[in-house]
Design a protein around this ligand. Structure first.
Ligand code: SF4
Ligand code: SF4
Length: 191
């Protein structure tokens, strides 16, 4: 079953299949997405600038050309299981960081198995709306990131990874998301 949690650009998709993921106990967190420029701006705009600086200093978020890479760790999911590489933030009961500190993809991505899951042989009524939400978020976030990547590439010394740079990304995220209010109207929270 899929649950669509409408919240504009912060919309989340949940699937009951993730608790018994066919890929294994860590699910798709074995391949964490990078925090791209838009994700970093989103986290800052939601109050996470200090957290980002701490995590960069701790080596859990690693500056790369497209933003920040999430460190991978090798752990066993069970005593007898082989060690597998996965996201540093994945714990025994799933993700250990709140949705406000994740890549947007972590919040809206579902695999084809999750979209295709059937309950009692019937298609999930939430599936079609969830696919549309997923496609809209991919399109919007991809476009925003291309725009921010072009601006970051133009910085003469490269990204400084300090508080003013993060604040600039946060302000850019807010500018882009507010300009897209109309486009994001189908994802507005109910009420
Ligand atoms: S989205 Fe798919 S691959 Fe990822 S945890 Fe859920 S069921 Fe597993
Ligand atoms: S941040 Fe959380 S949801 Fe995203 S890959 Fe890491 S553990 Fe998974």
């Amino acid at each position: 079953m899929i649950r669509l949690e409408l919240s504009g650009e912060h919309t989340r998709l949940h699937s009951t299949l993730c608790a018994q993921c066919p890929q294994g106990p860590a699910g798709c967190c074995v391949s964490p997405p990078e925090l791209d420029w838009t994700d970093i701006g989103r986290i800052v705009s939601l109050g996470g600038r200090g957290w980002l600086l701490e995590q960069i200093a701790a080596g859990n978020l690693l500056p790369v050309s497209r933003g920040l890479e999430l460190r991978r760790v090798r752990k066993r999911e069970e005593r007898a299981a082989p060690r597998r590489s996965k996201c540093v933030y994945h714990g025994p009961r799933g993700c250990t960081v709140p949705a406000e500190r994740r890549a947007a993809t972590c919040n809206y991505f579902l695999c084809e198995d999750a979209f295709a899951e059937r309950a009692d042989g019937r298609a999930d009524p939430a599936s079609a709306a969830s696919r549309q939400a997923h496609a809209l978020l991919r399109e919007v976030y991809g476009r925003w990131d291309r725009e921010l990547a072009a601006a970051v590439t133009g910085l003469p010394e490269g990204p400084p990874w300090d508080a003013p740079f993060l604040d600039w990304l946060g302000a850019e995220f807010e500018r882009l998301s507010s300009a897209a209010r109309g486009e994001l109207a189908p994802l507005a929270p109910p009420g």
